[in-house]
Write a protein that binds this ligand. Structure first.
Ligand code: GLU
Length: 294
């Protein structure tokens, strides 16, 4: 059975790029008679925007995208991430790291971690709580297939020994998302291309944890009128509940899907039903031709 999901982080409100990711994952799930689940990735309280979870949930409802099971909140699932970390530690594919970002920068000319704490293991006799945990990544290159973009080949240097748990005790997105996607039975992940590189790490972690892996489809990123990707960081405008029909119409057009002028006055549920029937992932473009005015 197909199980898809949308997994926003409540670090800001949804913007038009988020709408495309939500809509594409929703329509792909529904057109495959699948379930579409909602997970709030709230594992980074310092970056969280108060009230954003509620606004995101209300916005998805306003756009008629109803999830199929109880909402999953990552903030309630620390025990699962700890179990996974224990498993990786026991398998000797995770090691503690005491280096600060500054120290790594001083020692190396690139952002790749130099395994200082792996080779100096014997000197760290007591593992105290203020260390980070890294994934010991020994694969030389890793190849996988993205449903939209085709073969992805990632060299070891691009994602060596990434962090699983931060020194401030917060979980890394990589570990949490890999554990949750498997626990929720997710079979298909459809999301924005800003997370393409992360998929490699997720697949490597899933392999190390003996977890099943979903199929990944990464859709293009929306750019603003100065050509930058829309993101919370560059203050993309939040979605609004006015002109929902118009926004859905534009979103479907950008995703290369059939649209109908009747959508402009139709009920939102009818638009989504029609779009589900007409959904064709093969016509999602490699880049959008439109930019969004911000
Ligand atoms: N929570 C992540 C974000 O909002 C996305 C997670 C995912 O789709 O895998 O960037």
């Amino acid at each position: 059975m197909y199980i898809g999901r949308f997994a926003p982080s409540p670090t800001g409100e949804l913007h038009f790029g988020s709408l495309l990711a939500a809509l594409a994952s929703y329509l792909d799930a529904k057109s495959n008679n699948g379930l579409w689940l909602l997970r709030i990735d709230d594992i980074d309280p310092p970056r969280e925007l108060p009230g954003a979870s509620d606004t995101i949930i209300a916005m998805l409802q306003a756009f008629g995208m109803q999830w199929d099971q109880d909402i999953v909140f990552q903030s309630e699932r620390s025990h699962l991430y700890q179990q996974a970390l224990n498993q990786l530690q026991q398998a000797d594919v995770s090691y503690p790291c005491y280096c600060s970002r500054k120290e790594i920068k001083q020692r190396t000319s690139h952002s790749r971690y130099d395994r200082y704490c792996l080779s100096n293991k014997t000197t760290t006799t007591t593992i105290h709580t203020h260390c980070a945990w890294r994934f010991k990544n020994d694969t030389s290159s890793f190849i996988w297939q993205d449903t939209i973009l085709g073969e992805q080949r990632i060299e070891h240097s691009e994602n060596a020994d990434f962090i699983l748990k931060r020194s401030d005790s917060l979980w890394a997105y990589q570990l949490a998302v890999t554990v949750d996607d498997a626990a929720m039975g997710i079979t298909h992940v459809v999301r924005g291309r800003d997370l393409l590189m992360e998929a490699t790490k997720q697949l490597q972690l899933a392999q190390a944890l003996n977890l099943p892996t979903p199929a990944f489809s990464h859709i293009p990123l929306v750019k603003n009128d100065s050509g930058q990707k829309l993101s919370k960081q560059n203050l993309a405008p939040a979605l609004s509940t006015t002109q929902i029909n118009h926004q859905l119409y534009t979103a479907l057009q950008m995703l290369g899907q059939k649209t109908n002028d009747k959508f402009k006055n139709a009920k939102i549920t009818d638009i989504l039903l029609q779009a589900t029937q007409d959904w064709n992932p093969a016509t999602i473009p490699l880049e959008y031709s439109t930019q969004i005015r911000t």
